[in-house]
Design a protein around this ligand. Structure first.
Ligand SMILES: C[S@@+](CC[C@H](N)C(=O)[O-])C[C@H]1O[C@@H](n2cnc3c(N)ncnc32)[C@H](O)[C@@H]1O
Length: 308
């Protein structure tokens, strides 16, 4: 059954997800298509692990979930769109806030993530989930608030997504976004990635956008104001995350990694892998306490803005 608010006019389907193929051809963004296919496959694979480790827990960067919902100033009776809702980390909180007179729609391009979000929100009558690419959302009604947590950097054409959001926000409606700070402010990512990239130069596949491009207040503000939003406010938080000892940190990184990246790491010789691990360990030393436990700072930006 198509969602009653959703206008179905798509003509290309990748693993059950609708992508407007004509639009991709028109804009000659074929690399987008490859990247998107890969991203959908990745999230379909890792969503259950992501949910278990991160999204369902109020730890480390996910302390942002309650902050975002607060700053978005969601009221009883509101219609809210949670874009790239994933496994529903904030969708659940929003649904409680809007109450039975409100309406929440969660959109994501991963069926596996949506299935988890649905299961976590069983029997809620004021909530629906739609499988779609954020670039191609089409609704026949407007929302009071659009939220998007930890996803804007994944969209290769983030500007287009922001313009879509604007189109489906009511006048004076609120956009509320959460993003990771740039890589140097999130050593959880940079300690490993800065080193891996030296050993496996194609670790980040071709066509992947720069995931760090909205990681400072200035970069984020510029992108949001370019899309025509006003009253832009950005709050910075530094949360802490405790991944355990270096060995826990590294083992968990491998455990939660997608299959293609695991395969790339496997191509290294034992000696190269040990060298890489040693260099990663060096990077974590500034954050390692005397008892061997790592405590990482984790910068997060939360933005609110208005549709004029
Ligand atoms: C880091 S997760 C964030 C999920 C959720 N907002 C949260 O806070 O846990 C990123 C999500 O973005 C989704 N995503 C990535 N690109 C997308 C796109 N173009 N359209 C819709 N969803 C997308 C992924 O499937 C994934 O569920």
């Amino acid at each position: 059954m198509p969602h009653p608010l959703f206008v179905q006019d798509f003509d290309y389907i990748i693993k059950g997800i609708v992508i407007n193929y004509r639009e991709l051809v028109r804009t000659k963004k074929f690399t987008y298509l490859e990247y998107k296919k890969r991203l959908i496959k990745t999230w379909d694979e890792i969503a259950p692990r992501y949910h278990k480790r991160w999204a369902k827990n109020n730890i480390g960067p996910f302390r942002s979930s309650s902050e975002l919902v607060k700053l978005a100033n969601i009221q009883t009776g509101y219609a809210v769109l949670d874009l790239a809702c994933g496994t529903g980390a904030i969708t659940k909180r929003i649904t409680t806030r809007v109450g039975s007179t409100g309406k929440v729609v969660g959109v994501d391009s991963s069926i596996s993530a949506i299935k988890i979000a649905k299961k976590e929100n069983n029997h809620k009558t004021n909530l629906d989930f739609v499988l779609s690419d954020a670039e191609f959302i089409k609704f026949n009604k407007k929302f009071d608030v659009v939220t998007c947590q930890y996803a804007l950097f994944f969209f290769p054409n983030a500007h287009k997504v922001l313009q879509n959001i604007k189109q489906y926000l009511k006048k004076n409606g609120t956009l509320a976004l959460t993003l990771h700070g740039n890589k140097d402010s999130v050593p959880y990512f940079s300690s490993i990635l800065d080193v891996i990239i030296k050993f496996i130069p194609d670790y980040t596949p071709q066509g992947t956008p720069n995931l760090d491009r909205f990681g400072t207040k200035e970069q984020l503000k510029k992108a949001i104001s370019k899309a025509g939003f006003t009253n832009i406010r950005i709050q910075e938080y530094v949360f802490t995350y405790r991944p355990g000892t270096f060995s826990d940190y590294w083992q968990n990184y491998l455990k939660y990694l997608s299959k293609p990246l695991k395969e790339k790491i496997k191509t290294l010789s034992i000696i190269q892998k040990q060298k890489m691990k040693d260099q990663i360990k060096q990077k974590t030393i500034p954050y390692t306490k005397k008892n061997g436990q790592i405590i990482f700072p984790w910068k997060v930006l939360i933005l609110t803005a208005k549709r004029p």
